[in-house]
Design a protein around this ligand. Structure first.
Ligand code: G1P
Length: 295
């Protein structure tokens, strides 16, 4: 069985939920404490054994390339002023992996973004990681999916249950036969009406895909939201080969919308030994003030 060595990180989205912050800055560069969200994704890919990463960018995304490039002047200054811990952090992001870039010329959806990277992938299984989902887990989330791929050789989708009223925000699977946390997928639907959803198992931005997906994407029509959906292409794949979904271990953070982003920042800050105590103190003070104010 071929090893999963390559990953696609789509990063061409417009980031409209965070306007005006994302008017001149890619949403993938929004920081969680002191690291841009996309660095968490790249780190997960590398920790999962990925060797080559292709980031699908679009207009206004240059800052992503600069972030993973070396910054000679800055590094020189940090070295001169003996700020070695900062120097290490800055250098880390430019020494992470082989990162390649390709542009999606028009925002036509996730399926189209993946299709844009087909020549880079060739004829081997590959991973897709979406930047709006950050996962904190014992074993990196993508690694968990790769381990399942090594057992089944089939396309694997990372899933988590969501609340019934939330299904309309996700791709939802119709689960078939279950073996532990692994489900055979009978069907998938992108952003269903809650009354039409086949389950509450939502696709969480991590995929291992067989290259046969490109045949499905080749002739894909626009789906939900007028975009070419990866979910629809995987639905086509279900007709010709087995597809599985894996309920991975770990906490999944949604950094693609405001509340999720703020709560993620808070959780990650609370996990930092330097920030935990002052944040708890400040939260406590604010809660007391708020309670006194609202009676
Ligand atoms: C995308 C996928 C969807 C998935 C979601 C996870 O949707 O199309 O199937 O459930 O990511 O975050 P988006 O959030 O980009 O609209």
């Amino acid at each position: 069985m071929a090893r999963v060595k390559k990953a696609i990180i789509p990063a061409a989205g417009l980031g409209t939920r965070f306007l005006p912050a994302t008017k001149a800055m890619p949403k993938e560069m929004l920081p969680i404490v002191d690291k841009p969200t996309i660095q968490y994704i790249v780190e997960e890919a590398i920790q999962s054994g990925i060797e080559d990463i292709i980031i699908v960018t679009g207009k206004g995304k240059r800052a992503i390339e600069d972030h993973f490039d070396s910054a000679f002047e800055l590094e020189h200054k940090l070295l001169e002023s003996r700020k070695l811990d900062l120097l290490e952090k800055v250098q880390k992001s430019s020494r992470m992996a082989d990162i390649h870039y390709i542009r999606q010329k028009e925002p036509r959806g996730l399926g189209h973004a993946v299709w844009c990277a087909r020549k880079f992938i060739g004829d081997e299984p590959f991973a897709v990681l979406l930047g709006d989902d950050i996962v904190r887990s014992e074993i990196p989330c993508l690694r968990q999916l790769i381990l399942q791929y090594e057992q089944t050789g089939s396309t694997i989708i990372g899933i988590k249950p969501v609340l019934p009223e939330e299904v309309g925000r996700y791709g939802i699977i119709d689960p078939g036969r279950q073996q532990g946390d692994l489900y055979k997928v009978k069907a998938l639907v992108e952003k269903p009406e809650p009354s039409q959803a086949p389950s509450t198992f939502a696709i969480m931005g991590r995929y291992i895909l067989n290259p046969s997906i490109f045949d499905c994407l080749e002739n894909a029509d626009a789906g939900a939201g007028g975009e070419i959906q990866l979910t629809d292409a995987i639905q086509q794949l279900v007709a010709s080969e087995p597809v599985h979904a894996y309920h991975f271990e770990g906490v999944r953070y949604d950094v693609g919308e405001k509340l999720g982003y703020i709560l993620t920042s808070l959780d990650f800050a609370l996990a930092s030994s330097e920030l935990q105590a002052p944040i708890l103190k400040a939260l406590d003070e604010r809660l007391n003030l708020y309670r006194a104010f609202t009676g």
